[in-house]
Design a protein around this ligand. Structure first.
Ligand code: NAD
Length: 524
């Protein structure tokens, strides 16, 4: 029977799943030295966060087929080394969603009914009934920022409390919103309308400081703000100032900019409830994680394909070699597409032409999807799970081939459809360098790298100069510029390479120019 090592303490239900299919060695205190010495005996290993599955361990793991993390993050596993050695890495990202959603509900109630502070008062020997007047949740507006796995579970639960839900998540489709019965709105509108605001987005450059002084100032007087996602999404210093100045404002936090929380002025406030990053800590979540990954291990050692795989080679090596020059191009196209058309994508169409036709282009499509989805999701999207993640998010993927590659060896054209609009970009590889050759049908020719921008405008005399002046005023230097246009006086598109990042202030100024329709900053 294949041997599976359980190297950290996991719920026994997980071990039970494997009984009969594998010889399970339960050694939750195994030392790194012993792991290195014995790993070659095993076809599967299950860990939580204590055991480090390093490159050295993987290099010694001659029989290993699968590394399973009974939880979400895989920081303790060298995924790259595992991929190189053809070993699958799986996790259980869905195991904590309900647990975290329940914690958010707990913080919500604790603040709306002042439970934590009333508890402290009673325990200090007081009976201050009139001090703890609460607020009902019924008919209140819940603003959910981030409608992924956890956000949608919070929505489900808030409906039982008869709350009205509004959502800010620019990456979900109208269809998904309809299915979930929620109203989609802007961040600004949500902040102004919400009685309770709860954050469930990943920490990304885009979400860092998403809620800062300016946003906090717009919140309703009596509002509650919750963060069970990641520290840093709310600016903690700004939050402290807002809570100090406005005692009716309330906050519930499970996550912090620096953990463990030390010497934080937040601990001195009555209108805040703090928990030590425990939103995901329940026996049920741990049990579910153990069961989910044990099932994955069972599938792999029986020769089946598991579902939460974070890595996996997909095609034979000959096809892989033929596609190899195009991986960087598809990655860059995915990144450009998400940054130029980021709202409610409902369909993604990819058309290949030229020398890559006639063979599976699955890995390229997945590479594009991976680059497209990764900036907006909290869990790593990889070439294996990219398609199913896209499907879960209601994005329809279509692929095609065309004979005509023009004067190029091959072209890849990707179109994102959203609302009633679409954005199309087309790229090629020249001397191993990925280039963009058209955007929305307008010809351009630029290497896809570094800092770029796309500006759509009406082609009237002086506009190009005005754009240059605005960027100059913001001390942004243009390295290269390409312009494509329909006809004189018609719509035109400009693609720029810039030496400094295009700031939000510069974008706002550009958007203020009458002839300019769209400004997108692109970082590759
Ligand atoms: P998810 O990937 O399923 O969902 C994230 C959602 O955020 C997606 O719907 C995405 O479209 C949306 N999003 C991305 N960027 C956005 C932006 N700029 N504005 C608005 N929406 C945006 O993730 P999940 O599993 O629901 O996790 C949500 C958060 O909870 C993550 O930050 C995760 O790390 C955190 N988390 C915390 C704990 C804890 O112990 N406190 C446990 C698990 C997860």
């Amino acid at each position: 029977m294949p041997k599976v090592l359980v190297a950290d303490k996991i719920n026994e239900k997980g071990v039970e799943v494997l009984e009969g299919s594998a010889e399970v060695v339960n050694d939750p205190t195994i030392t790194p030295e012993d792991l290195l010495k014995t790993i070659d005996q095993y076809e599967g290993i299950i860990v939580r966060s204590r055991t480090k599955v390093t490159r050295e361990v993987i290099e010694n793991a001659k029989n290993l087929k699968i590394i399973a993390r009974a939880g979400v993050g895989v920081d303790n596993i060298d995924v790259e080394a595992a991929t190189e050695h053809g070993i699958l890495v799986v996790n259980a990202p869905q195991s904590t969603s309900i647990t975290v959603a329940e914690h958010a509900m707990g913080l919500m109630l604790s603040l709306s009914r002042k439970i934590a502070i009333a508890d402290a008062s009673v325990k200090s020997g007081k009976w201050e009934k009139s001090k703890f007047m609460g607020m009902e949740l019924r008919n209140k507006t819940l603003g959910v920022i981030g409608m992924g796995r956890i956000g949608s579970q919070v929505v489900k639960r808030s409906k039982a409390f008869e709350m009205d839900v509004i959502v800010y998540d620019p990456y979900i489709t109208e269809e998904t919103a309809k299915e979930l019965g929620v109203e989609i709105t802007t961040l600004d509108d949500l902040i102004q309308k919400a009685d309770v605001m709860t954050i469930h987005v990943p920490l990304t450059p885009e979400t860092k400081g998403l809620i800062s002084k300016e946003q906090l100032a717009k919140m309703k007087d009596n509002a509650i703000i919750l963060n069970c996602a990641r520290g840093g999404i709310i600016n903690e210093e700004d939050l402290y100032e807002a809570l100090k100045e406005r005692p009716e404002l309330k906050a519930g936090l499970d996550v912090f900019e620096n953990e463990p929380l030390e010497d934080s002025p937040l601990t001195t406030l009555d209108n805040v409830v703090l928990t030590p990053h425990i939103a995901a800590s329940t026996k049920e979540a741990q049990r579910d994680a153990a069961i989910i990954v044990a099932k994955e291990v069972k599938q792999v050692i029986s020769g089946e394909t598991p579902s939460n795989v974070l890595n996996m080679p997909l095609v034979d090596s000959e096809t892989f070699q033929a596609l190899k020059p195009y991986f960087k191009l598809t990655e860059q196209l995915g990144k450009v597409l998400v940054q130029t058309s980021s709202q409610n994508i409902s369909e993604l169409n990819i058309v290949y032409s030229g020398e890559i036709n006639g063979r599976s282009k699955e890995p390229l499509t997945r590479e594009l999807l991976k680059a497209f989805l990764n900036p907006i999701l909290s869990e790593p999207v990889n070439s294996v799970n990219a398609k199913s993640v896209a499907k879960q998010r209601g994005i329809k993927i279509t692929e095609g081939e065309t004979e005509d590659s023009g004067r190029y060896d091959a072209t890849i054209k990707a179109t994102a459809k959203y609302d009633n609009k679409e954005t199309t970009i087309e790229g090629i590889v020249e001397n191993n360098i990925p280039k963009i050759i058209s955007i929305d049908g307008y010809d351009v020719n630029l290497i896809l790298e570094g800092l770029m921008a796309m500006i759509k405008y009406v082609d009237v005399p002086g506009t190009i100069g005005t754009i240059g002046n605005v960027l100059g005023n913001h001390r942004i230097n243009i390295g290269e510029m390409q312009v494509g246009r329909e006809s004189a006086g018609g719509e035109a598109v400009m693609v720029l390479k810039v030496d400094q990042e295009i700031t939000q202030e510069a974008i706002t100024d550009l958007e203020g120019i009458e002839e300019i329709e769209v400004v997108k900053s692109i970082k590759l």
